[in-house]
Design a protein around this ligand. Structure first.
Ligand code: SAM
Length: 327
């Protein structure tokens, strides 16, 4: 029998294959690791919205302070004068902060198209609905997929100047070396004069940082454990969530804040017929949330082929949105 898959099933199957090959690689490595980009299924999107609302999670409040209270200064910094452009947001999520900028630009009758990119189709549909009702005049083209794949698509859709938003310290989900590669690649995907605004979480009192990722209500723990649930559902795994515990560290010297899951016992887990063994107290490295110094941010921009054109900090000076222009 010749079974024909429809195009949607082919795309879904290729997503699952990709997901499985990343998960298998991570769980067979030593130490074990999983990629935090897979945190964002429907439950993960919802848990992340709860994280952003937690009192301990200062990052959203700080960046919101910039987008809500310094909107005109922000627009002056990154918006090309008298030239239509595409405003592309990498990992847009629910665009809670950028909506203030979008509203400002729409009210000023600026000619632009908003292109949110996200790997989560669920959060993009939530965002689409929200923007359609709050800003009906906004021109929006949603791009579901990985950052660079979708940036290429955006370039193929229009040759207008690109202004990139990369907010929420998403860049912190890479270690310093990965961030250097990412910024150089980003530069290569853009043209001279294009602008990038990146949100960096700054080094600060280590207790404040650790508390933001170690909330007493256990929402961050649930966010991490949810990836095991996703593996169980989408890859036929049999992780017992009661046998893993969230553990958080922050190293104020390197600025690396790391989330782990700890195996509470010797155990075997089966995923897609592969058996993965854990010994008691073995870790899965789940996510890095890198914190930056002003100096490191400058080095990162200059080393990746950008000119620094300005920055805005929140009133506590805990977070910075930095604008770079492609040379
Ligand atoms: C930490 S949330 C931040 C959302 C938003 N930028 C903010 O500041 O509130 C990260 C978002 O990036 C998306 N994401 C993570 N890795 C991605 C990737 N490699 N390509 C596209 N989107 C990605 C996730 O689905 C999620 O919505």
């Amino acid at each position: 029998m010749n079974l024909q898959l429809d195009p949607a099933s082919k795309i879904e199957n290729s997503h699952i294959d990709h997901f499985w090959s990343d998960i298998a690689e991570g769980l067979k490595s030593s130490p074990k690791h999983l990629s935090s980009k897979y945190f964002y299924d429907k439950t993960g999107d919802h848990l992340f919205q709860k994280i952003m609302a937690m009192p301990e999670y200062y990052l959203t409040k700080c960046e919101l302070d910039i987008f809500k209270n310094k909107t005109a200064a922000l627009a002056d910094l990154i918006i090309p004068e008298n030239e239509p452009f595409d405003l592309i947001e990498l990992g847009a999520g629910d665009a809670m902060k950028s909506t203030y900028l979008l509203k400002y630009l729409v009210e000023k009758n600026i000619d632009f198209t908003y292109m949110p990119i996200d790997i989560s189709g669920n959060i993009l549909s939530i965002l689409n609905e929200k923007l359609k009702s709050q800003l009906p005049a906004l021109e929006i083209v949603s791009l579901k997929g990985e950052y660079f794949e979708m940036l290429k698509k955006a370039a193929s859709l229009s040759s207008r100047r690109k202004v990139i938003l990369f907010l929420g310290s998403n860049i912190g989900n890479m270690n310093i070396e990965e961030a250097e590669h990412f910024c150089s690649d980003l530069n290569k995907h853009l043209n001279s004069g294009d602008i990038v605004l990146t949100g960096f979480d700054l080094k600060k009192n280590p207790h404040i940082i650790l508390n933001a990722y170690n909330d007493k209500a256990g929402i961050t723990a649930a966010f991490n454990l949810n990836l095991l649930t996703r593996i169980n559902r989408e890859l036929g795994g049999d992780f017992n969530l009661n046998q893993f515990e969230h553990y958080q560290t922050y190293d104020p010297v390197s600025g690396a804040c790391r989330s782990y899951l700890v195996s509470l016992t010797d155990q075997k887990v089966t995923v897609k017929n592969e058996i993965i063994s854990f010994v008691e107290n073995e870790l899965i490295d789940m996510e890095i949330s890198q914190k930056f110094s002003d100096e490191k941010i400058r080095e990162l921009g200059e080393g990746s082929g950008f000119n620094m054109i300005g920055e805005l900090k929140d009133s506590k000076k805990w977070f910075v949105d930095t604008a770079w222009q492609v040379k």
